[in-house]
Each structure stands twice: as structure tokens, then as C-alpha cells.
Design a protein around this ligand. Structure first.
Ligand SMILES: Nc1ncnc2c1ncn2[C@@H]1O[C@H](COP(=O)(O)OP(=O)(O)OP(=O)(O)O)[C@@H](O)[C@H]1O
Ligand SMILES: [Mg+2]
Length: 204
């Protein structure tokens, strides 16, 4: 396999390569020496498995995610489709259509939550845009949950990510919210929780 390291994150190494003639990204969770080894193995394996399962489930619910080609839990490696696009973070900064992108982002998060999938790390670095489609990646901290509070925390994180990475465009979350409630019947209830979380943060 021809490979090239694209990114060394805090948790994982992302390598671009070819797998059975397909252009892929290989995400390998690297051992952490400061963690007790048995705990580290368990964490890496759990997150790898969780990530692969949730990505495939989300895709099945109509949320674009990379196709998973292979998973090796022991080496904590996922081989997935290479989404040759741009980070949502860059698109939201530069595109004139940023409000429409934000709305579509809201629709997709609404679809995730309507299907009881909580992403766990909704930042605009964990979304890639290709040919007008927004792909979600990095589900290692995600879970299946029906709990409104968990969905609220998920959406609140996105709001904070937008406020910090795109502070010049304070209206983005309003467009996200609009998309979110258009897709998800309980959307307003979750948005009220987001406001509540913000208040708790302010007064505690
Ligand atoms: N399937 C993919 N196709 C294209 N690029 C990808 C893919 N998966 C990951 N990347 C790139 O690698 C980066 C890191 O991937 P990911 O977020 O999954 O790993 P991470 O180590 O958890 O990152 P971080 O610690 O920054 O959140 C992404 O921001 C993206 O640029
Ligand atoms: Mg990431």
C-alpha cells in the first residue's frame, strides 16, 4: 500500500493510501504511553469499534460519512473512503454560501439526532465538504442515545465551535438551528436545552 501521513492528531495518525485500487484514509489510534497499557488498549479498541459502527449507521440513515472498508480492532485501525474535499471550517470562512452550508449542517445534525446518534465532537474540523455534500467524520467519542440532554450537549458543542472558529459570522448557529428543527421534530426541545446549558455555564 502506498502511504503518506496526512495528519498526526492527539489520538490518531491519518495516512492517505491505496487499498485494492481505492483511494483511502487509514486512521490508526496510537498507543499512549502515559496510560496504563491495558486501559489504553481498551480505550483505543472501544473508540475504533464505536467510530466504525456509528459511521456506518449514520450513513445508513442518510448522513454522508466515508464508506468503511476495513476495521482492525486489535491494531485500532480503520480503512475508509478518502473524502477529497475541503474542511467545513475552511468553507464556512471563505464561501459566500456559508449560511446555506450552515443550514444543511443543521439538517444533518437533526437527522443524526432523530436517529438517536450523538456525535460527541461536532466541530467544523470533523466535517468535510465534497461536491456540495457534507460528510461527518471522527465519531470515536459518539454513542447511541435517546437522551435529550446528550443531544443538547452535542449541539451546544457545535455552537461553541462555530462561535470560536467563525466569530466573524455570529449568525451561523441561527441557520444551523433552522435546518435542525426543519429535520427533527423534537428539535425545539433540544435547542431549549442548548440555551439552558449556556445559562448554566454563565451563572456557575
Ligand atoms: N475519510 C477521510 N477523508 C479525508 N480526510 C480525512 C478523512 N478522515 C480524516 N481526514 C482528515 O484527517 C483529519 C483528522 O481526522 P479525525 O478528525 O478523524 O482524527 P483525530 O485524530 O480524531 O483528529 P482531531 O484530534 O483533530 O479531532 C480530519 O480533520 C481530516 O482533515
Ligand atoms: Mg477530528
Amino acid at each position: 500500500m502506498r502511504t503518506q501521513v496526512v495528519k498526526r492528531g492527539a489520538e490518531a495518525t491519518i495516512t492517505e493510501g491505496e487499498w485494492h485500487g481505492r483511494s483511502v484514509m487509514v486512521k490508526e489510534r496510537i498507543p499512549k504511553r502515559y496510560r496504563i497499557q491495558s486501559l489504553d488498549n481498551m480505550l483505543r479498541r472501544t473508540r475504533t469499534k464505536r467510530e466504525a459502527v456509528l459511521m456506518a449507521e449514520a450513513r445508513g440513515c442518510g448522513i454522508p460519512t466515508p464508506i468503511i472498508y476495513d476495521v482492525d480492532v486489535v491494531s485500532s485501525t480503520i480503512v475508509m473512503e478518502n473524502i477529497k474535499g475541503e474542511l467545513a471550517k475552511d468553507v464556512l470562512q471563505t464561501s459566500r454560501d456559508r449560511n446555506a452550508v450552515a443550514r444543511e449542517l443543521g439538517v444533518l445534525v437533526g437527522r443524526l439526532h432523530a436517529n438517536n446518534i450523538v456525535h460527541g465532537d461536532l466541530t467544523t474540523s470533523n466535517m468535510l465538504i465534497k461536491a456540495g455534500h457534507i460528510y461527518f467524520i471522527d465519531f470515536g467519542l459518539g454513542e447511541r442515545s435517546q437522551e435529550p440532554e446528550k443531544k443538547g450537549v452535542d449541539l451546544h458543542l457545535l455552537k461553541e465551535a462555530l462561535d470560536s472558529a467563525h466569530s466573524e459570522f455570529p449568525e451561523l448557529f441561527e441557520h444551523v438551528s433552522e435546518g435542525y428543527i426543519s429535520e427533527y421534530d423534537n428539535g425545539r426541545e433540544i435547542l431549549a436545552i442548548v440555551e439552558d446549558i449556556e445559562k448554566r455555564g454563565r451563572y456557575s
